[in-house]
Design a protein around this ligand. Structure first.
Ligand code: 13P
Ligand code: SF4
Length: 302
């Protein structure tokens, strides 16, 4: 294992590459990454980094977003099967149909979407900046795709006159057991429940804090309490435990595991650097349209 990690570091330098990893990646991948973060932070790093090659340890839409923002760079997704199931719940034709039905609406798409869907949208958002973006848009009619939970959560705060939601969701976050959270809350008097906005309303209602993966990491770092229930994908525990060795983290009994995120292995990262696999390519017309949507987010979220 150590040998493989050393080989990766050596190849990375030889190839002038950078390794980015999402908080949900396997621990050993987070350990060797140059940057670990949430989807907004990683898209910023991908846009601004100097290296010619980006090895994106995350899911496909994340690597695609890096390529949309930096077409001159080589973007590699170590395991080609790591796709986000939520992103596949809507396609370009669905968005065109929605726009026909609501011609005056602004289309806001969650970054968890394909390049084709971004190309049909006005602006992108992540869970860390969605509220800011919807507030700044100041529009009476918004089509929010594809996550009904993030869209619903944002609308509870922003009160858009007509928020049209798509019925997309994340399987990892949608089916969390509410009774289990209640039980943990009852058993541990001073526990704080931290929830990702991809969770459904019943779960969000029990939260002390709702935020992106990066938001949850920051919250725990600054907070003075000691015990937390973490209601998001379990990969986040690697950073939470490393940053807060004296704090205690409890997770739902049924593990919240994103199988797509876990597909990338250290060996895939090594192969990826060695054989330039799997290189992300996007049709140039789609890329240009999707670029406008992502850049609009980066400008508005500043
Ligand atoms: P973050 O933007 O919070 O990193 O979330 C990405 C994601 O896929 C959550 O399921
Ligand atoms: Fe997609 Fe859910 Fe996995 Fe996030 S946790 S990448 S939304 S399937």
């Amino acid at each position: 294992m150590q040998n493989l990690k050393e080989k990766i570091q050596k190849l990375k330098l030889e190839k002038n590459a950078i390794i980015l990893a999402h908080y949900y990646q396997n621990d050993d991948i987070q350990e060797i990454a140059d940057f670990v973060g949430d989807s907004y932070y990683l898209s910023k790093v991908a846009k601004e980094c100097m290296q010619q090659t980006i090895v994106f340890c995350g899911v496909k839409f994340m690597a695609e977003s890096a390529k949309i923002l930096s077409p001159e760079k080589t973007v590699l997704l170590p395991n080609i099967e790591s796709g986000c199931t939520m992103a596949e719940m809507i396609n370009g034709e669905d968005v065109r149909q929605l726009k026909k039905e609501h011609p005056k609406a602004k289309v806001v798409c969650y970054i968890n979407s394909t390049a084709e869907v971004k190309a049909e949208s006005d602006i992108c958002c992540t869970s860390s900046n969605a509220l800011k973006i919807i507030n700044k848009l100041n529009s009476d009619e918004i089509i929010f795709i594809p996550d009904k939970n993030l869209g619903g959560y944002i609308n509870e705060k922003a009160h858009v006159k007509n928020m049209i939601l798509w019925n997309g969701f994340c399987r990892v976050h949608e089916f969390v057991n509410v009774d289990e959270i209640m039980k943990v809350k009852n058993e541990h008097k001073h526990i704080k429940v931290l929830v990702h906005p991809e969770c459904n309303k019943e779960v969000r209602k029990l939260a002390d804090f709702i935020g992106s993966t990066g938001g949850i990491i920051d919250y725990v770092k600054k907070d003075t309490d000691e015990k937390y229930m973490i209601v998001t994908e379990e990969g986040i525990l690697y950073s939470l435990r490393n940053n807060n060795p004296n704090k205690q983290f409890i997770t739902p009994k049924t593990p919240m595991t994103c199988c797509s995120m876990k597909k990338n292995t250290l060996n895939d990262v090594y192969e990826s650097l060695l054989n330039k696999q799997h290189e992300v390519t996007i049709d140039e017309n789609i890329r240009k349209a999707a670029h406008k949507c992502l850049i609009a987010m980066h400008e508005m979220a500043r």
